[in-house]
Design a protein around this ligand. Structure first.
Ligand SMILES: Cc1ncc(COP(=O)(O)O)c(C=O)c1O
Length: 503
């Protein structure tokens, strides 16, 4: 019988496996700390796990060593104030929204926001106005949120106090934050950017979208842990203007974060800041060179000789997206008649672990800690997979099921723009969030109002939110995800969802 692994055993086994990480966190293991001489911290890890003893400062009134690290980030990002976060970008997002939007107020938000934004709505009784991202039809993933879309939402909803959107999104597509900031500020509102996936943008020297800090957003929240060198759950919130009162923000941050902030997380933010300060330009140059190397070698692999096929079955690397953070390696697996989940399985078999799969798109998240060897191992695995698939396919062409833009959470999300939001002509209001609810089988839920979010994970973007109507196409998509073994939070083990009911 298989031994049941506990968390520690799982982690130790994972560490011993030495898989190549193209998933979060960005440090990719201890090598980067050892390279820059932080071994002692790793050795004394447990003894460094303290609480607010004398001299240790206090996260919620930083005046000593924590303030010094916050000041380091303020300088690194060139903003007016930086906060260390120990509840991830999620905590920073919730606090920022509660600081910028009064209870019961209105928020213009991208519909593809992370679930933390939706949680802030519930906590603040805040009404959303959805801004829809553009769909990139060839791949079925969401693209930028245009300045025009934001302006339309603001013009139609003068009561809204703030705007929030993710940039980059999960796939690395950024929006034009400078143009959006200009519009948002012209309307006298606050712009919050969820830069969870782009903490590194500020430090890349060329060929990358500009950071939201440099583009003029008022509040920017960065998951340092996702792409840079701090531990999971650590993040930094940058305040970049005085449009939001700093003391209100302080208050909301202490309200929603743990009262026992981990010094290990904060120390890892300290180490990350020092690494950036002392070695940032070397590391960013190495990262950029590794990416250039990877993309050019990947193109050669795709062009490999193949006498069997007139049109070679191939992987496609999504490098031509507009305003794209190329540190996310997106691969369309459809050309090899594989789903992204099958490609992921083939990579994992070869010791490479990606971040995300949906439909035919597999995303590999690179980070500051990836080495040239990691990229070489990935290239070698991809080469083997392409060769093997071509042989398996013989002379046949890729199957129709592997078409571009195949069924994908983002395209379903965007199609939900057509689903009625409100029973009243005032379209910006959702149906009331049901106070009375029950669980019914998903397949019987058409036309019912959702009472508890339904969230395919990853990417963690609610597909159906409380107060939204469940329609036939969305139900069919959720069912297909579950049939394919994907995780969908909000549908229980019996295939039931929570919906409102009238007595
Ligand atoms: C777009 C986006 N925003 C925010 C978050 C939350 O970040 P954190 O994990 O640092 O709380 C995530 C997490 O994956 C995300 O994908």
């Amino acid at each position: 019988m298989k031994k049941e692994l506990r968390i520690m055993e799982f982690l130790l086994q994972h560490a011993d496996n030495h898989t190549v990480s193209f998933h979060m966190p960005g440090h990719k293991g201890s090598a980067i700390y050892k390279r820059f001489g932080y071994d002692e911290f790793l050795e004394k890890f447990m003894d460094c796990d303290i609480t607010e003893i004398p001299g240790a400062d206090n996260l919620f009134q930083a005046e000593g060593i924590i303030k010094a690290v916050q000041d380091k980030y303020r300088e690194l990002y060139d903003v007016s104030h930086s906060y260390l976060l120990i509840n991830g970008t999620s905590g920073g997002i919730i606090a920022s929204i509660l600081a910028a939007v009064p209870a019961g107020g209105q928020l213009v938000m991208a519909r593809n926001c992370h679930k933390s934004v939706f949680n802030a709505l519930t906590l603040g009784g805040i009404r959303p106005v959805y801004a829809y991202p553009q769909l990139i039809p060839e791949y079925g993933i969401s693209g930028e949120i245009t300045c025009k879309e934001i302006e339309k939402c603001l013009a139609e909803n003068p009561e809204a106090s703030a705007v929030i959107l993710p940039s980059p999104n999960y796939y690395g597509v950024c929006s034009d934050i400078a143009a959006i900031a200009e519009v948002v500020h012209r309307y006298g509102k606050v712009l919050i950017v969820d830069q969870a996936h782009g903490a590194h943008l500020k430090f890349f020297e060329e060929d990358m979208p500009v950071s939201a800090e440099d583009a003029g957003a008022d509040i920017v929240i960065n998951s340092i842990h996702k792409t840079l060198a701090s531990f999971t759950q650590s993040a930094v919130l940058n305040l970049n203007s005085n449009r939001v009162d700093r003391y209100v923000l302080d208050d909301k941050l202490q309200a929603i974060q743990s009262t026992s902030p981990s010094y290990l997380l904060m120390a890892s933010l300290d180490i990350n800041a020092s690494i950036l300060e002392l070695h940032g330009s070397t590391l960013m140059k190495e990262w950029a060179e590794n990416l250039d190397y990877f993309y050019s070698e990947a193109a050669k692999i795709c062009a490999m000789d193949d006498s069997t096929h007139s049109q070679k079955p191939n992987l496609e690397f999504l490098t031509g997206l507009k305003n794209f953070d190329r540190s996310k390696i997106n691969i369309d697996s459809g050309g090899l008649s594989m789903t992204a989940a099958q490609l992921e399985e083939a990579l994992i078999k070869r010791g490479i672990v990606p971040e995300l799969t949906t439909g035919n798109i597999l995303m590999l998240m690179t980070g500051i800690g990836n080495t040239r060897e990691d990229y070489d191992r990935l290239l070698s695995a991809l080469k083997q997979i392409i060769r093997e698939r071509r042989q398996q396919l013989g002379s046949s062409s890729p199957s129709p099921s592997a078409q571009k833009g195949a069924s994908h959470t983002d395209s379903v999300l965007m199609s939900r723009a057509q689903v009625p939001l409100s029973p009243t002509p005032k379209k910006t209001q959702l149906f009331a969030i049901p106070k009375k609810w029950k669980r019914i089988p998903l397949i019987e839920a058409e036309g019912k109002i959702c009472a508890s979010s339904i969230i395919p994970y990853p990417p963690g973007i609610p597909l159906v939110c409380p107060g939204e109507m469940l329609d036939k196409d969305t139900i069919a998509y959720i069912k297909a995800l579950r049939d394919a073994g994907e995780k969908v939070i909000g549908v229980n083990e019996n295939g039931e969802v929570a919906v409102g009911f009238d007595e």
